[in-house]
Ligand binder design. Structure first.
Ligand code: NAD
Ligand code: TYD
Length: 335
């Protein structure tokens, strides 16, 4: 099988490529990535000489290139996106361009080239925010209600994927997953930002009251779920993927990280809240569990330990990122 992975130099995409080639070494993977600030070929260093892996430096908005790249692949796994909510608040333009227009261009090429499966990776953020202290979770009946430019652009891309499935019979699947964490996550996101700041003896910036709730999914569990969807998922279906059974607030996550890193609460700094900050995400992934036999393998605390260990052992990787443009962004975001 030959797969086109878009955004494979980013956090989840690179974990997926490494996972896939380890499990299915006979398959071929082409990685199409624009190498934005979030794309990093160092993530794929261990497979760069693998003859079954190739990299194309390019934009999913480039119609000619996308047509060419999709002409001889069986499956597309579409990760490429602008992915950070805070950056979408500072400037929504690249989110609309890549997440909406880029997905449209890929879909057109997929129809034209009769792709056997188009898997679209999306987010639970398209469903908006749940109230705090409720037991409710996003489920298959929850209406779309995106509230940030990021989530609105992802919602638009989900709608386009469904429209192409209905109108042109494109064999699609979609997954809406919760917040991922793990190796190679860009240190603008909450968990890697907290861990790397602590290693650098800097404080962890906490938005608002810190009582926001996210559902945390370890990236390798996410990759396994996508694998199962590609192998056993039903064409046209949407699958929910999450990691937790019970709510954990951002402050509880921080306290766990502080404890695991032998630090105290003087390392917390309350900062200005994010505008329109979604209060709570929780996703009901029981249908995915029932249908595909998928489960997160370990618990949140075990994965958090693994993740901290990875960031401690790979300081060169993130110290090269936390320079230049990153510091400019940091200053602007946390001014
Ligand atoms: P990321 O920001 O780490 O990586 C995105 C990758 O896409 C980068 O390598 C970047 O260079 C590439 N890219 C961006 N624009 C491109 C373009 N126009 N053409 C080609 N490549 C381009 O993102 P991530 O965290 O790995 O997320 C991957 C996907 O998963 C996204 O679609 C995101 O919406 C979705 N998702 C992420 C999370 C999460 O917690 N990280 C949760 C739910 C869903
Ligand atoms: P983030 O990793 O940006 O993911 P998302 O906003 O897509 O869920 O943020 C996770 C949570 O952590 C969210 O409630 C915002 C909060 N947060 C902070 O409190 N401080 C920070 O510096 C960042 C980046 C996030």
């Amino acid at each position: 099988m030959k797969l086109l992975v878009t955004g494979g130099a980013g956090f989840i995409g690179s974990n997926f490529i490494l996972y896939w080639l380890k499990k299915y070494p006979q398959d071929k993977i082409v990685n199409l990535d624009k190498l934005t600030y979030a794309g990093n070929l160092e993530n794929l260093k261990s497979i760069e000489k693998n003859p079954n892996f190739s990299f194309i430096h390019g934009d999913i908005c480039n119609q000619q290139l996308v047509n060419q790249v999709t002409s001889n692949v069986d499956v597309i796994v579409h990760f490429a996106a602008e992915s950070h909510v805070d950056r979408s608040i500072l400037d929504a333009a690249p989110f609309i361009k890549t997440n909406v227009e880029g997905t449209y261009i890929l879909l057109e090429a997929a129809v034209k080239n009769k792709i056997k499966r188009f898997h679209h990776v999306s987010t639970d953020e398209v469903f908006g925010a749940l109230p705090l202290n409720s037991r409710g979770k996003f489920n298959e009946k929850t209406p779309y209600n995106p509230r940030s430019p990021y989530s609105a652009s992802k919602a638009a891309s989900d709608h386009l994927v469904r429209a192409y499935a209905t109108t042109y019979n494109l064999p699609t699947t979609i997954s809406n997953c919760s917040n991922n964490f793990g190796p190679f996550q860009f240190p603008e996101k909450f968990i890697p930002l907290a861990i790397t700041n602590l290693i650098e003896e800097k404080k962890i910036p906490v938005y608002g009251d810190g009582l926001y709730v996210r559902d945390w999914l370890y990236v390798e569990d996410h990759c396994k779920a996508i694998d199962l969807i590609l192998q056993k998922g039903k064409i046209g279906k949407t699958y929910f993927i999450g990691g937790l059974a019970d709510d954990i607030s951002n402050m509880e996550v921080i306290k766990k990280i502080l404890k695991l890193m032998n630090k105290n609460e003087s390392n917390i700094e309350y900062v200005k809240d994010r505008p329109g900050h979604d209060r709570r995400y929780a996703i009901d992934w029981s249908k995915t569990q029932e249908e595909l036999g998928w489960n997160p393998q370990f618990g949140f605390d075990d994965y958090l330990k693994l993740t901290i260990k990875w960031f401690i052992n790979n300081q060169d990787w993130w110290k090269r990122i936390k320079t230049g443009k990153y510091l400019e962004y940091y200053k602007k975001q946390y001014a």
